[in-house]
Design a protein around this ligand. Sequence first.
Ligand code: SDX
Length: 428
Amino acid sequence: MTETTAKITLGDKSVESPILSGTVGPDVVDIRKFYGQTGAFTYDPGFTSTASCESKLTYIDGDEGVLLHRGYPIGELAEHSSFMEVAYLLLNGELPSADELTRFDNTITRHTMVHEQLATFYRGFRRDAHPMAILCGVVGALSAFYHDSTDINDPHQRMIASHRLIAKMPTIAAMAYKYSVGQPFVYPRNDLGYTHNFLRMTFGVPAEEYQVDPAVVRALDRIFILHADHEQNASTSTVRLAGSSGANPFACIAAGIACLWGPAHGGANEAALNMLREIGRPERIPEYIARAKDKDDPFRLMGFGHRVYKNYDPRATVMQKTVREVFAALQVNDPMFDVALQLEEMALNDDYFIEKKLFPNVDFYSGVILSAIGFPTTMFTVLFALARTVGWVAQWNEMISDPAQKIGRPRQLYTGPVQRSYVPVEKR
Ligand code: SDX
């Protein structure tokens, strides 16, 4: 890292803070000593101008619409790679050799079963429980099952916990779906690939062999690639903050799932398809664009806008192409796709969206595809969590092994009452 300094003057104090440069992207001003030197905090609710860590995993250029995983563009990975290969890349830093990928695949495959007692946790939920509520609870419960892989200071145990999480998420997610539709749980099979195994556990039934179009398997695997990691987004930052206290890795991922569920974050894919269905037909699009622009209306175009991308989300580009492939493979069409295309066209030609640089994000088209494959909208964010588990565990490993990492403990701008004495109730 090259180093120059930034001078900040605060009253009669003037401090020089080092400016650090990464391999690419914005420099950072290292303010770790700023409070000690000035007695003042910096203030950045929402962290719009704050780098929380150093990372080598994912780089985003929001202005150019660039997304790299360990240097590889998301478009190339989506086109040529597989979700298991991207998982290996994020965890280990390099694309695997054929032999390394086979061994990694086999390792993950042999962790896909869950402890038989985990199934009893599902029985405690109502059948109409939201699958994200179930995922939160059951993944958190995993922290009670694996005491042999929670010494987070042991890299080998960290990797076992990481493999277990990546491998068991599809099984747990499929079980959540099966429980919601009253069908029996389907066990994973070791002769199927990761995504095919997940589809069979979700849609297969004991009464017949499960058949699925390879184009659908490929499309869902690509969707998992698009969701694998995304720098220091809210849920990843949640996992890092939870992990910074040394907490159980399974519990940290459960915290990430909880954060992802929000409609401003991973919950937007479910909200976006619900929005398209509420719009219903192209003639009603202007009404909803007007609502999105109305400051007094809390309505926002779901699947639009992004904290970092002020250009087209490169994942949305791949997602839109994948809609057409899945529709062709399944010989289906969905009028919601036409509504989405026309909504995008109108929004991108509207001054409000142009001025605020609001473009479709990863969540805008994903629901149309997932719905065509057969997933109910309540499962959309579950699929996002399934895929993002790879990024969460890779970021968690990077954080734990970073010698500079400390427990995350932000401060505040206090605007509450100054000290005052207690008043007995009879005198109030
Ligand atoms: C994900 O961080 C990540 O990387 C997340 C993610 C990942 O892979 O982990 O990419 C996944 O979460 C994608 C985002 C999914 N969420 C949505 O689609 C929900 C709708 N989008 C918004 O709520 C919003 O765009 C956010 C939350 C995504 C970003 O919000 P910011 O960065 O805090 O921006 P903001 O709310 O300050 O908006 C800036 C302006 C505001 O207007 P002003 O107050 O300046 O007048 O743009 C407006 C907003 O009102 N605006 C929108 C809008 N999004 C922002 N107006 C209408 N519709 C929208 N969708």
